[in-house]
Write a protein that binds this ligand. Structure first.
Ligand code: COA
Length: 170
């Protein structure tokens, strides 16, 4: 069985992440999306919330499983007997960081390889921070995140989209 892990913070999941999930799920028998439970970052959404959001937006993809992890990615991969890590590359700026990370992982676990998918051009600019910045000020995030989670992001900032629109029009 060909298995892979797509790790990330997913705070929150974006359409760019979903694009990588769908395309990598096509390449393997089973794709585990690993949600990093990172104590050093202060995320907008708890790890359980991020896992639930991912479960909701991937419920139509049968070979995807959503799990959280803490600690080293290679340990998580070994625990699940996975030897392939998938990462998305949006632009050249991602490359240096991703290369260092994949090389570190390879030193730590030589049996594990990282493969890179180029993010679809229409999501190349996108990041979770951009989504948060837009949502915080009541901007339209419908082109950035899956429809199912739009209201969850606005709710987190206490934004009622209709009333903020009215304010903007005044
Ligand atoms: N579409 C949209 N946005 C994308 C994207 C895509 N295809 N790919 C990446 N991004 C964005 C994310 O939204 C995120 O944006 P933000 O910085 O605004 O939050 C940013 O790029 C970083 O991506 P992400 O995938 O969330 O990576 P990360 O840096 O948070 O986490 C891990 C990377 C989880 C793989 C890494 O930290 C890890 O393995 N940690 C475990 C500890 C470990 O093993 N360390 C050793 C490795 S050196």
């Amino acid at each position: 069985m060909k298995k892979a892990i797509y790790p990330g913070s997913f705070d929150p999941v974006t359409l760019g992440h979903l694009d990588i999930i769908r395309r990598s799920a096509n390449l393997v028998d089973k794709l585990i999306v690993g949600v990093l439970n990172n104590n050093s970052k202060s995320p907008l959404f708890s790890v359980d919330e991020r896992v639930n959001m991912l479960k909701e937006v991937t419920k139509d993809i049968p070979n995807v499983e959503i799990l959280s992890f803490s600690g080293l990615l290679v340990d998580f991969a070994r625990q699940h007997e996975v030897q392939t890590i998938v990462r998305g590359l949006r632009a050249v700026t991602d490359f240096e960081y991703e290369l260092a990370m994949s090389q570190t992982n390879r030193v730590a676990a030589p049996e594990i390889d990282t493969i890179f998918l180029n993010t679809s051009l229409k999501y190349a600019y996108l990041s979770s921070s951009i989504v948060k910045e837009m949502a915080m000020y009541g901007g339209d995030i419908s082109k950035f995140v899956p429809a199912e989670i739009i209201h969850l992001v606005y709710d987190r900032y206490g934004i009622n989209k209709n009333s903020s629109k009215e304010k903007g029009e005044m």
